[in-house]
Design a protein around this ligand. Structure first.
Ligand SMILES: Cc1cc2nc3c(=O)[nH]c(=O)nc-3n(C[C@H](O)[C@H](O)[C@H](O)COP(=O)(O)OP(=O)(O)OC[C@H]3O[C@@H](n4cnc5c(N)ncnc54)[C@H](O)[C@@H]3O)c2cc1C
Length: 446
């Protein structure tokens, strides 16, 4: 086991051994840092921390905007707990070490002619970090990454290694698939996978009125529908991804680079920096940039269609709303931006998910629409996010566990019918709160 007092690799190296997340809005000073390479090393690290009276927190790549992975105790880093462990073609499953980055999982699956059914916008995160906060993409029938797990291995507070699935320790599996790091440290995950398929993506600008008026139809007709609304304008960009027989027709190298790197990252970075320097220019920039979009269609393997690089740093809040409330809430958000002085250079992202059966999933037991607001890093975001949060909370919204919010355990117990089931499991598995941190005290209580 590597024991270090300076942090390298994923997550961020801060000064003096501190830890910093991707967005740079969370820092922490762990007392000690370890990078175990196996469940046995992990269990030994948890036992030693307990003997020394330290709390324990595993971090992924620090892509959460909330202080979910922050600790002043023992920080467990992911970089040596990586790799594909088993591929079972007959069962349609792949087992990976918990610190494996999603990009390694996706590329390895593709090399074996396999794929996950659905995924989020990027693939930098670790598999364990992604599931622990409920990372999701958009889907009519297929749900979050956690919903694609069939088994996991968990190192619990007493240092034992627990295997869980629908058959083995099913009540632990029900919680630990999306466990916020509160139940133990995940050491291994098994995903349901399928033969690799092709997706045809159709991106098309559409007015706000048209996309909100046709939302039910667009979400029902497409396997993966999402759209972005550009604040200060009536313009949206829609994206429809559907399985296709092929042939593959990826974006051309030049046009793909123009869309994904130049416009989405390079030019966007410059526009955001200009807007930060001169906020009054943001509405004008938004009108020009939202009109610069053009329709395009391409066909490629899943991770190349679902994910893309995000190099412009931002902070984000995302709420999961009951499907029936979403368009009304979005209309309220648009009216809020129109009547306020907020200057918002980032589009608002709208995605969907079917109901799932995971206790703390933002889509637990209800068909869901996600509404996400973003602000360029270094821009005041509190007033905009605070006003947005009031709208979302009035519609019984559930905040993404990895994205900024101010909700506490009292509120969350109201909007999650199975909240008590999860906290009872926590009381059983971690009575001494070995895995506690400030964020868990906020969202789950002491
Ligand atoms: C640019 C960007 C794009 C994003 N896109 C999306 C998106 O499309 N959809 C979406 O839903 N979210 C998205 N997110 C949010 C992100 O997916 C989540 O916050 C995710 O949890 C980050 O994973 P991570 O590996 O960085 O974990 P971290 O942020 O480091 O940790 C997250 C949580 O997981 C816990 N954890 C990590 N490893 C373990 C382990 N082995 N055992 C137990 N607990 C563990 C940590 O303690 C912490 O509580 C995005 C974030 C960014 C910055």
């Amino acid at each position: 086991m590597a024991v270090t007092d300076v942090i390298g690799g994923s997550g961020r190296r801060g000064s003096g051994g501190s830890w910093r997340n991707w967005a740079g809005n969370v820092t922490a000073c762990p007392a000690r840092t370890v990078a175990p390479a196996s469940a046995e090393e992990l269990a030994a690290a948890v036992r030693t921390a307990a003997a020394d009276g330290l709390t324990v927190k595993a971090a992924g790549t620090g892509h959460s905007f909330t202080p979910a992975a922050a600790t002043d105790g023992l920080l467990i880093r992911p970089e040596r707990l990586t790799g594909i462990r088993r591929i079972d073609r007959a069962a349609g499953t792949v087992t990976v070490a918990a610190g494996t980055p999603l990009k390694v999982l996706n590329r390895t699956l593709s090399a074996h002619g396999l794929s996950l059914a659905n995924m989020g916008d990027i693939m930098e995160q670790t598999v364990s970090g992604a599931i622990s906060t409920g990372t999701h993409g958009t889907g009519r029938d297929s749900a979050s990454i956690a919903a694609q797990i069939t088994a996991l291995e968990l190192v619990t507070a007493d240092g034992s290694v627990l295997r869980c699935s629908a058959e083995e320790n099913p009540e632990v599996f029900a919680g630990a698939r999306l466990g916020l790091g509160a139940l133990g440290v995940v050491s291994e995950l098994t995903f349901a996978v399928e033969p690799e398929f092709l997706l045809t993506a159709r991106e098309e600008p559409m007015s706000f009125d048209e996309v909100t008026g046709r939302f039910d139809e667009l979400a029902a007709e497409n396997e993966h529908f999402e759209f972005y609304w550009f604040p200060h304008t009536g313009n949206c960009n829609t994206k429809r991804n559907n399985r296709s027989q092929g042939p593959a027709a990826p974006p051309g190298r030049v046009s793909g680079w123009i869309e994904d790197e130049l416009l989405s990252n390079g030019v966007f970075q410059v526009a955001c920096a200009m807007g930060r320097a001169v906020p009054a220019a943001i509405p004008g920039i938004a009108k020009i940039s939202s009109r610069a979009l053009s329709a395009r269609t391409y066909t490629d393997i899943p991770y190349k269609v679902f994910t893309s690089p995000r190099r412009v740093r931002f902070v984000e809040m995302e709420y999961a709303l009951p499907r029936a409330a979403a368009i009304e809430a979005l209309g309220e958000l648009k009216a809020l931006v129109e009547r306020s002085d907020f200057k918002v250079s980032f589009p608002v992202e709208v995605r969907t998910a079917p109901a799932d059966d995971i206790a703390l999933s933002t889509a637990s037991g209800r068909e869901t629409v996600y509404i996400a607001v973003h602000m360029y890093r270094g821009t005041p975001f509190q007033a905009y996010f605070g006003a947005t949060e009031r709208i979302m909370a009035a519609h019984e919204g559930r905040p993404h566990w990895g994205k900024l919010h101010t909700r506490d355990a009292g509120y969350l117990a109201e909007v999650y019918p199975r909240f008590g089931e999860f906290t009872a499991l926590r009381d059983r598995l971690d009575p001494e709160r070995r895995f506690a941190n400030g964020y868990l005290r906020q969202v789950l209580g002491d």
